[in-house]
Design a protein around this ligand. Structure first.
Ligand code: SF4
Length: 345
């Protein structure tokens, strides 16, 4: 509901701002017309006739042993999306939002990509509503939601218009007021869209790397992440190197899911150091979360530590991230998978 939309229905632009504040600001987050206090009657009547506040319905909410919550929503067209709330990680409560129903990127370590296919893009309203729901329903239980990551179902940059619009709403100072540094847009590596995000947004950017070779003989990234056949490592990293020259004090986050025997050798660690040279960055090493039908096994913890140490000794800013919510299929790469199905160990 934009100012133009409000004007086109015969009302003043200022009334759009009053409505905006009731939808997103001051911790109000109304859901129904009769909760819209302080708006004039004619405006409320017009809204009840022409606008719909709720974009989906709660289907189910599952809590994992570590407190991570997987929330399933049914959309107006009957499709189901998943949102994950990860409580209190070093003082942060994070909501992980979906940007598409399913995904077409076919990353081999991800159930969503391998099994679901892409059903459709989410609208900006459907994306924002996931964060609003998390704040409205869970703030008291887990504490204030401080961070948003676009790492649920879907490739956010394949739905870039709606994702950028949603990010703008999330960081609006009259609205939800998330800090842009605490809103992270992730991508498997869509190069033209990465350029646009870095030029037009101040939100954080995370890039899934997950391999260090794409040469003809080894081509691990071509296999693990098929997007690499279109935008290979050298193009991807060259673009980041070039674009980040213009972003003051900005660091890209590289995500690296560790797959036993595939991308976790010391040679991989050494290649990774070379690849990210000259790019202001942090590196997250993630343990692989198994799911039905997956061909990979997680790297053992000692090996992850050894890998981390090689990077750290070379001066990289690197973190080991443990799995959250994997017993409820709420962890990275497990969305879309029924929680009653046990993942292989
Ligand atoms: Fe899609 Fe992300 Fe899964 Fe890749 S990791 S298939 S981009 S949801």
């Amino acid at each position: 509901m934009s100012q133009e939309w409000v004007q086109s229905h015969g009302f003043r632009p200022a009334q759009a701002m009053m409505l905006w504040k009731r939808l997103y600001g001051n911790n109000l987050w109304v859901q129904y017309y009769d909760e819209l206090e302080g708006l004039n009657k004619d405006f409320k009547r017009m809204l009840s006739e022409h606008a719909d506040f709720k974009t989906f319905h709660l289907k189910d909410m599952l809590t994992a042993a570590d407190g991570t919550k997987k929330i399933l929503f049914t959309l107006e067209d009957g499709l189901v999306i998943e949102t994950v709330v990860i409580p209190c990680l070093r003082g942060r409560n994070t909501v992980c939002v979906s940007s598409q129903v399913g995904c077409s990127m076919n990353c081999q370590f991800c159930y969503t990509g391998r099994q679901m296919g892409l059903k459709r893009n989410l609208s900006a309203a459907e994306i924002v509503e996931q964060a609003v729901f998390a704040r409205r329903m869970l703030s008291q239980e887990v504490g204030t939601i401080t961070n948003v990551v676009f790492m649920g179902m879907g490739e956010p940059l394949q739905n870039i218009e709606n994702v950028m619009k949603a990010a703008d709403i999330l960081v609006d100072v009259q609205g939800l007021q998330f800090s842009p540094r605490k809103v992270t847009i992730s991508t498997s590596g869509l190069v033209p869209q990465i350029r646009r995000v870095l030029k037009e947004s101040n939100c954080a950017l995370a890039v899934s790397l997950n391999a260090t070779t794409d040469e003809i003989l080894t081509q691990v990234r071509n296999w693990v992440m098929p997007i690499n056949r279109k935008y290979n490592l050298s193009l991807l990293l060259g673009t980041l190197r070039e674009e980040l020259r213009f972003k003051h004090k900005y660091k890209v986050l590289f995500e690296y899911v560790m797959l036993s025997g595939v991308n976790d050798s010391i040679d991989d660690a050494k290649r990774l150091i070379q690849l990210v040279q000259g790019i202001p960055c942090k590196i997250n090493l993630l343990s692989f979360n198994p799911h039905c039908g997956s061909q990979f096994k997680p790297t053992k913890e000692e090996k992850m530590i050894e890998f981390r140490n090689v990077l750290a000794e070379a001066g990289c800013v690197v973190f080991l991230r443990t799995s959250r919510g994997d017993d409820r299929m709420a962890a990275c790469g497990q969305l879309g998978m029924p929680s009653e199905i046990q993942a292989p160990l």
